[in-house]
Ligand binder design. Structure first.
Ligand code: EPZ
Length: 422
């Protein structure tokens, strides 16, 4: 078990390259089940979640390995099992992404129901509704989804909520279904668009990519695509920008896609940061007071729920009070009691955190509860006076590669320390 030990008070300065997107690559990997063959997915981040997905793929029979250049080799020519056991699903909800491909390509899938997570129930009803609309028989028993289908048939599917995961699973399945599928109120996240583009490269026929209405004409078979380029991680990029703003520093992000960050960049400018966007580079400088502002999360292209915890930490350093409202996960505030241990004044009312600015944070030991909460605590530790220990860093390692090394290179005083503190 590791913890981070942080000595606060340093401004972050320098250049950092943004890694490949966790949430995109978790959707690209299961797509390789749709067409047996050999694939190489470039810019795959070396994360716990990628490791979990790779182990799940191996239990199905795939051969998969990540090289030091970030290229993921995947060979799906020998898939012989169609079950995603609880041991993988409980670690990572995105394990359910094998449901659509196994059903579409092999006519069967047995996938453990994901549990909840630290920030609330994470239902999968829209995933199952989509599979049933496409003609699958779905049964649930002993905590497992049992799905079967001779041949999936295209259907009109409306999502009550623009679910990223449900859109991903329906895209996989519809690509090999007979006839046309129309998904309305589909998720438009860049990670969904990245998957749609990979499926098209494999021979899928998809229109409306990037919009909330996806039209898929099923094809009898797809072909493996030799190389796929993963997109940059917009949530990691936002996290670094917020860290620089909090510490009143100046950083340069490279290999990023600014178009994926519109809502966050707007808010950073609104509060007083100086931003310079040029191609795949974003420069941020913040050397004065920051104005408070309110944010409300929304499906893409709105403000991402995966950035609200980090934003709440940033607002602690603003000159006044602000409100952080999460409309997607109304209870995603597990980080608040931990920030309070650092001296933050934050009140959670319903799905809104009311953050008092000009906080005088004093270092303390705090505990991560989930991936983005962990990021929020690390950021707060960068500005707290004295030493902050952030426990259960395995949460952070799910979604950020070697975060302590990259923050140290930007000037932070931060170490990863093994500990038996849990
Ligand atoms: C994806 O999760 C991301 N994970 C999450 O990022 C992200 O927070 C979330 O999208 C929202 O943007 C991956 O991409 C691997 P949803 P997902 O289905 O697909 C409700 C991170 O930190 N819903 O879009 O599980 C659900 O309760 C992770 O990287 C249903 O009601 O999210 C939520 O309120 C955390 N029924 C809303 O939709 C369903 O069947 C959005 O969920 C599915 C979802």
């Amino acid at each position: 078990m590791d913890k981070f030990v942080i000595e606060g008070g340093r401004s972050l300065r320098g250049t950092v390259a943004v890694a490949g997107s966790k949430n995109a690559v978790l959707a690209l990997i299961p797509a390789t089940l749709l067409a047996p063959g050999i694939y190489r997915i470039r810019r795959t981040p070396n994360l716990r979640d990628v490791w979990t997905m790779s182990r799940l793929m191996s239990t199905l029979g795939a051969h998969i390995e990540l090289d030091t250049s970030g290229e993921l080799f995947v060979d799906t020519r020998t898939i012989e099992r169609f079950e995603a056991p609880y041991e993988h699903v409980k670690k990572m909800r995105a394990s359910i992404y094998v449901l659509g491909p196994l059903l579409a390509r092999y006519g069967q899938a047995r996938v453990s129901l994901p549990g909840g997570c630290a920030f609330g129930p994470r239902p999968v009803d829209l995933h199952l509704k989509g599979m049933e609309k496409l003609g699958a028989d779905i049964g649930i028993e002993h905590g497992y989804i049992n799905a079967r289908a001779e041949r999936l048939r295209g259907a009109a599917i409306h999502l009550d909520v623009p679910s990223v995961g449900a859109t991903v699973n329906i895209l996989y399945a519809a690509s090999l279904a007979e006839g046309e599928t129309i998904i309305t109120n589909a998720a438009m996240e860049p990670e969904v668009t990245a998957l749609a583009r990979m499926l098209v490269a494999m021979g899928a026929r998809i229109e409306g990519i990037g919009t909330s209405t996806l039209r898929i004409e099923g094809v009898p078979a797809l072909q493996p695509v030799p190389t796929v380029e993963n997109i940059p991680d917009r949530i990691e990029a936002a996290t670094f920008l917020i860290a620089a703003a909090m510490t009143r520093g100046a950083i340069r992000l490279t290999d990023v896609n600014p178009y994926h960050l519109g809502a966050v960049l707007d808010k950073l400018e609104e509060i007083g940061c100086t931003l310079d966007v040029d191609g795949t580079t974003i420069q941020l400088r913040c050397d004065g007071e920051l104005e408070p502002t309110n944010i409300t999360t929304a499906p893409y292209p709105g403000f991402p729920t995966d950035v609200q915890a980090q934003w709440a930490a940033l607002m602690l350093t603003a000159d006044g009070s602000s409100r952080v409202t999460d409309t997607i996960y109304p209870t995603r505030f597990g980080y608040v009691p931990e920030l309070r241990r650092l001296g933050a004044e934050i009140e959670v009312v319903d799905n809104t955190a009311i953050v008092t600015g000009n906080a005088r944070l004093l270092g303390a030991t705090v505990m991560s509860s989930d991936l983005r909460a962990s990021a929020s605590l690390v950021l707060a530790g960068l500005v707290a006076d004295g030493r902050t220990d952030v426990l259960r860093i395995y949460h952070l390692d799910r979604g950020y590669e070697r975060m302590e090394e990259r923050l140290r290179r930007l000037g932070a005083q931060i170490e990863r320390v093994p500990t038996d503190e849990f």
